[in-house]
Write a protein that binds this ligand. Structure first.
Ligand SMILES: *Cc1c(COP(=O)(O)O)cnc(C)c1O
Length: 363
């Protein structure tokens, strides 16, 4: 069986250094908001090219805290792509703000900047761009619209660690970025973890306080905060893995290029490689096929594990009954036809070859 993602194999490459990091944290007797988190925050900020990184409990919280720190809530609208993972939308509604959904472009799967302006109302406060599947959103038009309307740009970078747009990393393309270190992400820990990146000093200080009960110093609370901290042990493991991220992303890129070069089947539409390959870190290699369910059964029968990202868009989820009347034909078609095939830095050449052969033999 070719696994969709072999997490054991991914992390086993770091076993010795991770063991050392574990021992260091155990020996320190300090498990929250200490030297390991500070060090990882410094490393990840430098990697992304931003002034500030704030470690938090998970990717949803990273987005949630950005919105909370900006003070966006009831009566405010935030624009987001209709085909995103539900976490992007939950971060908006958790704050009492209203998600305003916009269709993606079929080719890139990313928010269609040409449709964003029409979605703006006097209540709009921000545009959330989602670098879905690991591909950086083309930012010029979005920046221009945000500037003209005085809107913040929030990046959901949970799938795009290391992706670059015109020489700048995701997380450094808007006003603030949210990352997830969920185990399956391109940079993942062994549990939950997340981070906010920003160049905004005031926002960074506020999120730093809010993640720790709204406290700027012990037992002194300046905000009604929450508890959303990154563990020392997770930060220590992430610091071990971060230096390998670029090499891992290059490996994913090489597999994606091979898939695009070698898979040729009129029933299957492949994703496009961006003009600048650095724009994509291939968190997910999603193809479309009008007979998606049959393709999935066929691949399973041929020993290839696949996942659907995602079977149901947010506006069609029971949790968002208030959005159920909306129609997004591109999003809905995408969710009916999309299927993700294995891609990871630990896939063997033989496995890639087997996937290619199976994809080409599907009739
Ligand atoms: C994974 C993910 C999140 C949420 O991250 P968690 O760490 O699971 O909370 C948010 N947005 C997108 C696009 C994701 O893929």
């Amino acid at each position: 069986m070719i696994k969709f993602l072999d997490l054991h194999k991914i992390n086993d490459r770091f076993r010795k250094e991770m063991d050392e990091a574990t021992a260091r944290v155990l020996d320190s007797g300090w498990y929250l908001l200490g030297g390991e988190v500070e060090r990882f925050e410094r490393d990840f900020a430098a990697y992304c090219g931003v002034k500030h990184c704030i470690g938090v409990a998970n990717g949803l919280d990273a987005l949630n805290l950005i919105i909370k720190a900006y003070g966006f809530g009831p009566g405010d609208e935030i624009i987001a792509p209709a085909n995103t993972y539900i976490a992007s939308i939950l971060a908006i509604s958790e704050n009492g703000a209203t998600p305003v959904l916009v269709e993606p472009e079929w080719n890139t799967r990313l928010i269609d900047a040409d449709l964003v302006e029409a979605a703006i109302t006097p209540r709009t406060k921000a545009i959330m761009v989602v670098h879905l599947y690991g591909r950086a959103v083309a930012m010029e038009k979005i920046r221009d619209i945000a500037k003209r309307h005085g809107l913040k740009i929030i990046e959901d970078a949970a799938q795009a660690h290391g992706a670059m747009y015109m020489g700048r990393r995701c997380g450094n393309l808007g006003d603030a970025g949210g990352f997830s270190f969920y185990p399956g992400k391109n940079l993942g820990c062994l549990g939950d973890g997340g981070a906010v990146t920003t160049n905004d000093d005031a926002l960074a200080a506020k999120i730093r306080a809010i993640r720790n009960y709204g406290s700027d110093r012990k037992y002194h609370h300046i905000y009604k905060g929450t508890n959303s901290r990154l563990d020392e042990i997770q930060a220590a493991w992430l610091a071990v893995k971060l230096p390998r991220l670029d090499a891992d992303n290059a490996q994913r890129r090489a597999i994606a290029e091979r898939y695009v070069r070698e898979i040729a089947n009129p029933l299957i539409e492949l994703p496009k490689i961006p003009g600048d390959p650095q724009e994509h870190v291939w968190h997910i290699f999603a193809v479309t096929c009008p007979e998606r369910d049959r393709l999935q059964e066929y691949l399973t029968a041929n020993g290839i594990q696949t996942i659907i990202h995602y079977p149901t868009p947010p506006h069609r989820q029971d949790a968002y009954a208030e959005l159920a009347h909306l129609r997004f034909p591109i999003t809905e078609r995408m969710h009916n036809e999309i299927i993700s095939i294995p891609i990871s830095p630990v896939m063997e050449d033989m496995e890639v070859e087997k996937v290619v052969e199976a994809m080409n033999a599907f009739r």
